[in-house]
Write a protein that binds this ligand. Structure first.
Ligand code: PLP
Length: 456
């Protein structure tokens, strides 16, 4: 028997440990319990409907309630629910690896499956380290990433992450990581009036960092195509071209962390396609299955597997659920929906409408900057629009957690209010969304952000 709403509340409060969640919040209020989804909509246990403006967690690309994905999972579970890819293979993992290799740019033709995104990032760092040992450059162990970038919660991925507040409780972390500036042009410390010059400067900071670390000690640079944390920080024109040059110059691997950006979020299979660069590795998860079953992967270029194809060599790394048959079947069915429904083209032809809908909020005094691409946008909130003055910690706490998050949810919109960098609200709706959904997002924002401004 399913639990009644009150029983669910009681059990959630007593037993469930929610992720990145201040559990104390729920001493005095109910845990939001989502019970059902259909298209871009979800419903809570009281029957209230919400527009899912975040695709769950940047994940449900094809929308909720897709029977074909549920059926693909059921079919596979009846046929072969589980078998590992350790010394064996099964058709789903093989077919999906081939499919991803066809879709991935250039010579990225190898797929190492994981259960999620953090494991994909860990796998990339481990592969970089073992690869360099195998090719006679054993000192190359370090990873460089950008300030405020989130790359995952496991100890390796957290070490690469640039969000200090979530690293501190777990220090000391894995040694050998360092940070470079991100591409927040709105807060550019230099070249604030010249986007291209700013992008060149930001990319060049990677070279400066590599020099400071010792060029023969750096293994990889981890960058998202559009950096999520900090509020959808897009790359300036020429940024990735310059990063690629720098990585080639120093013999450092470029890892494109596309755990959010791949699978249509930016209107392409991969963010690297959108911005025209060739990574050495790509990490993916989330949208690969649209969240109907958990799965991640590390996609690697041909040269990175070379040392592991000979003699007794092996990549000393593996995960029980990597390449899970049910997740593989779901991923294949999910990618088929992308093609049948031309979702990438849909995002490309609607992204400008989404952007200009959000831009219509520009008259609100609290709206500082709008940034993003595809179906992935952030609005930075400011205390003073003219001076771009931001909120102090106490104000940000009051604004985001005290008012915005609950008010937006109350108004029927799932989105993200985030202050890992400067305060932002973020949107990443399912890729099936259209103007009617953008209008709902904007109407709710106009009301809630309007009220927020009067609180400050
Ligand atoms: C860019 C990026 N990398 C890594 C991760 C970690 O993925 P997961 O939560 O699946 O471990 C995330 C999760 O949001 C992410 O956005």
């Amino acid at each position: 028997m399913p639990l009644e709403p009150e029983q669910l509340q009681e059990a959630a409060k007593r037993h469930l440990w929610m992720h990145f969640t201040r559990m104390g919040t729920y001493a005095k209020q109910d845990v939001p319990v989502i019970v059902k989804g259909d298209g871009p909509w979800v419903w809570d246990s009281t029957g209230k409907r919400y527009l899912d403006g975040l695709s769950g967690l940047f994940t449900v690309q094809v929308g909720h309630g897709r029977r074909e994905l549920a059926e693909a999972a059921a079919r596979q579970a009846s046929e072969l629910a589980y078998f590992p890819v350790w010394g064996y293979a099964h058709p789903g993992a093989i077919e999906l690896a081939e499919r991803l290799s066809e879709l991935a740019p250039g010579d990225i033709n190898r797929v190492f499956f994981t259960s999620g995104g953090s494991e994909a990032v860990d796998s990339a760092w481990k592969l970089a380290r073992q690869y360099f040992k195998a090719v006679g450059q054993p000192k190359r162990i370090k990873a460089i990433s950008r300030q405020i970038a989130y790359h995952g919660a496991s100890m390796g991925a957290l070490s690469i992450t640039g969000v200090e507040a979530i690293k501190k409780p777990f220090e000391p972390l894995v040694p050998g990581t360092s940070r470079v500036p991100n591409t927040d042009f709105y807060r550019a410390p230099v070249h604030g009036d010249d986007l291209v010059a700013f992008g060149r400067w930001a990319a060049d900071q990677i070279a400066v960092r590599i020099e400071a670390e010792g060029p023969d000690t750096v293994a990889a640079v981890f960058l998202e195509p559009v950096q999520n944390a900090g509020g959808c920080l897009t790359p300036p024109p020429g940024y990735f071209e310059r990063v690629r040059e720098i990585c080639d110059h120093y013999g450092v691997l470029l890892v494109s962390d596309e755990i959010i950006c791949a699978f249509g979020r930016l209107g392409h299979w991969f963010g690297a396609d959108r911005y025209g660069y060739q990574p050495d590795m790509i990490t993916v998860a989330k949208g690969m299955t649209s969240g109907y079953s958990p799965m991640g992967a590390l996609l690697a270029s041909d040269r990175l597997i070379e040392p592991f194809l000979k003699g007794t060599a092996l990549f000393a790394h593996g995960l029980t659920f990597g390449g899970h048959p049910v997740s593989s079947a779901v991923a294949l069915a999910n990618l088929a929906i992308f093609e049948d429904e031309k979702l990438l083209g849909h995002v490309r032809s609607n992204e400008e409408a989404f952007r200009s809908s959000l831009r219509s909020l520009d008259d609100l005094p609290i709206v500082g900057d709008l940034r993003g691409d595809g179906y992935f946008y952030g609005i930075e909130l400011v205390k003073d629009k003219a001076t771009r003055e931001t909120f102090n910690d106490e104000e940000s706490e009051r604004l985001l957690r005290g008012f915005l998050s609950p008010a937006l949810f109350e108004a029927g919109l799932v989105c993200r209010s985030d202050d890992r960098g400067d305060p932002v609200v973020q949107f990443a709706p399912p890729l099936i969304c259209e103007q009617e959904h953008f209008d709902i997002i904007v109407d709710i924002l106009r009301d809630v952000l309007g009220r927020a401004a009067s609180l400050i």
